[in-house]
Design a protein around this ligand. Structure first.
Ligand code: GLC
Length: 652
């Protein structure tokens, strides 16, 4: 049962698609304090909290503070309270009560889950205006289903987007991109897409292609398509200010850019230098920007990633002016403890400066809102612009789309990637822990930069990370400019990388089938063990194993130099220890704790009793997977225990 409660005067977010009449009584479970703009609940000792989408720390969110305030922050440290997303849905499981809650408010909101007081859960609002949905159900899975039903079906990508994608910030030319494709093909390693980062553009201008470095782009896209490799360009939120640049000029003419209080267009800066931000919240601006994707679609492009849409701001013209003026005051001074740190803070405050987010306004649903009041809707509406346009431009065809910033509602238009992580073992674990919370909130087509974006990856970390990444719908190896090159063919043990990539393709029939069922039934693709075993005290504490779909559990190795790991089985399971598609050990393990060996090149898959796990013969492209050759690994069941979903992978 879903009940809606209204606090104050909430701004509509378009995240909920069902119309639910508000209740008149008091909000259940939490006490509301209007003065403090907060809701408070006393948690019992054993209470656990799940959800909130893409955040730091573990699966059970108790014991920390999470602030929904979409942020461009490349340091996903344990102490960070905000990342790129606001996905304000959580599940509370106490001794005597369990419920789900969706806090629908587009501004800043904090979830203090036992941070200030270990026994108190407070939700603290910047503006005490929100639609709150309280969901009761038979089980955690049931509560999630009810929630997902009210927010609408998750986005479905084309099936080829389940193939492997190679990305790198610094593919400078079509020649370099072709070399990447050649290397994969020459080494017989599967690949379905190569991503184009900002360097394909002409001086970082959206919807342009650099003619010198990517000459005859259309022909190049065609050439790659003929090899069944998709090119996926990035689109950034800021539009370069430049006379003669059509996107800029149209934006000015159509009055599509965000403005300051005095009516001037905001001048911010990102990759291309000074930019204007389209007002994605305004219907006509959204339609205009969305139509721009056609420029690239007409060149044969069928997938995109939307970036810097929190929005990330290197500086605004206004703040930079303030900083330069203030710097004058420090010149020639003997800087002491106070003044030196004040000076340092001043200079360090330039990018993503909180006050800058209060300098501009949106025209939204017939009203004018200061940006910070609707901040968390910006990336959502950029991706919505694209999604709505795809429906107009190619109504029958699926286009790949995922975004960095998000809000619930965006899950209907695209997936997400988890932003600028680092080549750290702890970020491999973070990837594992973020997946179920993303599943819960409807962001099914998601994944992290495999191998880590910043910092230099090592071969063992990349291998372990890939062994987990082969289970995430978005399966992309991405790294930052200036870091060690991270394409699989650059490492010593190419054979193991090939085998692991092949396993991904062997598992695609299952992953795609389970993904589509999760979309259809509003289910989670990734579930913590306790979602299926709520009464199992051991399962409740497991934070590094996940059920993936109905038939399997994964237990990735995420520690340096480990040659195995402890695994808890909440039921008897059949272990498949894969070295490759046709080289694997099979062992039946009883419910309980086990130490399971897993050499660096081995992938552990646990098949559940009474379930079947389909495995296809690997192929180098998703389209070449031969479904007639699928075998089933069954544990005390027949293959009829599994219903394999498939479709043409491209029509909507
Ligand atoms: C941002 C993105 C990253 C991309 C880079 C350059 O940091 O998160 O994925 O490579 O910008 O476009």
């Amino acid at each position: 049962m879903v009940r809606k409660y209204v606090i104050g005067n909430p701004i509509e977010t378009d995240s909920v698609v069902e119309s639910i009449s508000p209740e008149s009584g008091a909000l259940p479970y939490f006490n509301a304090y209007k003065e403090q703009k907060s809701l408070t609940l006393n948690m019992d000792k054993s209470a656990r909290v799940y959800g909130l989408g893409e955040t730091v720390r573990g699966i059970n969110k108790r014991g920390f503070l999470y602030v929904s305030n979409n942020s461009d922050d490349p340091f996903h440290l344990e102490e960070k309270v905000s990342l790129y997303a606001s996905q304000n849905f959580f599940l509370y499981l106490g001794k005597d009560m369990a419920f789900g809650m969706y806090v629908d408010t587009p501004g800043k909101v904090s979830f203090d889950i036992g941070f200030s007081d270990i026994n108190v859960f407070s939700i603290i609002f910047e503006d005490f205006d929100a639609d709150i949905y309280v969901i009761d159900g038979e089980s955690m899975v049931d509560i999630v289903r009810q929630f997902r039903k009210i927010i609408g079906k998750s986005y479905v990508p084309p099936k080829w987007a389940f193939g492997f994608g190679q990305c790198r910030w610094s593919y400078m030319s079509s020649k370099e991109v072709k070399e990447v494709a050649d290397n994969y093909d020459d080494l017989d390693m599967p690949i379905d897409s190569i991503y184009l980062d900002i360097d394909y553009m002409e001086r970082y201008k959206d919807f342009t292609v650099d003619k010198d470095r990517f000459p005859d782009f259309e022909e190049f896209v065609k050439e790659m398509k003929a090899r069944n490799i998709h090119l996926i360009p990035i689109i950034d939120a800021g539009v370069k200010i430049e006379e003669g640049y059509d996107v800029y000029e149209e934006g000015v003419k159509g009055d599509y850019f965000v403005k300051k209080e005095n009516g001037e267009r905001l001048v911010a800066a990102v990759w291309p230098g000074k930019v204007h931000f389209p007002d994605f919240l305004k219907d006509d601006a959204r339609e205009w920007f969305g139509n721009k994707y056609k420029v690239l679609i007409d060149k044969g492009i069928d997938g995109f990633w939307n970036d810097m849409n929190e929005p990330a701001i290197f500086y605004t013209e206004d703040h930079l002016k303030e900083v330069f003026e203030q710097i004058e005051e420090y010149k020639g001074k003997n800087l002491d403890i106070e003044s030196f740190f004040a000076f340092k803070d001043l200079v360090g405050s330039i990018d993503n400066y909180p006050e800058d987010y209060k300098r501009f306004y949106h025209e939204y649903k017939g009203k004018r809102y200061r940006h910070d009041k609707v901040h968390n809707l910006f990336g959502y509406n950029m991706t919505r612009a694209a999604g709505e346009a795809f429906d107009r431009i190619c109504p029958d065809k699926r286009i790949l789309m995922f975004s960095r910033s998000s809000y619930i509602g965006m899950h209907r238009y695209g997936g997400i990637w988890c932003g600028d992580n680092r080549s750290w073992w702890s970020h491999l674990l973070l990837n594992v822990q973020q997946m179920p919370a993303l599943s819960m909130t409807g962001f099914l087509y998601s994944g992290a930069d495999i191998g880590g974006f910043s910092a230099d990856v090592t071969e063992d970390l990349l291998m372990r990370w890939t062994e987990f990444g082969i289970f995430t719908p978005l399966f992309r190896n991405h790294s930052a400019k200036g870091t060690r090159r991270q394409e699989y063919y650059r490492f010593t043990d190419k054979e193991s990388f090939r085998n692991i990539l092949n396993l991904r393709y062997a598992f695609i029939p299952y992953l795609y089938s389970e993904f589509m069922k999760a979309v259809d039934n509003n289910d989670m693709l990734f579930r913590p063990l306790c979602f299926d075993y709520a009464e199992d005290e051991m399962a409740v504490e497991v934070e590094d194993q996940l059920f993936v779909g109905e038939s399997i559990m994964v237990a990735p190795v995420y520690k340096q130099n480990a040659s195995g790991r402890y695994v808890y089985l909440p039921e008897d399971m059949k272990l498949l220890r894969f070295r490759s598609y046709d080289d694997y050990d099979v062992e039946v393990l009883d419910k309980g704790n086990h130490y399971v060996k897993a050499a660096l090149n081995e992938v552990l898959v646990f098949v559940r009793k009474g379930h079947a796990f389909p495995i296809a013969r690997p192929a180098n492209r998703v389209g070449d997977i031969d479904y007639s050759g699928i075998k089933y690994e069954c544990y005390e069941c027949t293959q009829s225990a599994y219903k394999l979903y498939d479709d043409d992978g491209i029509t909507k």
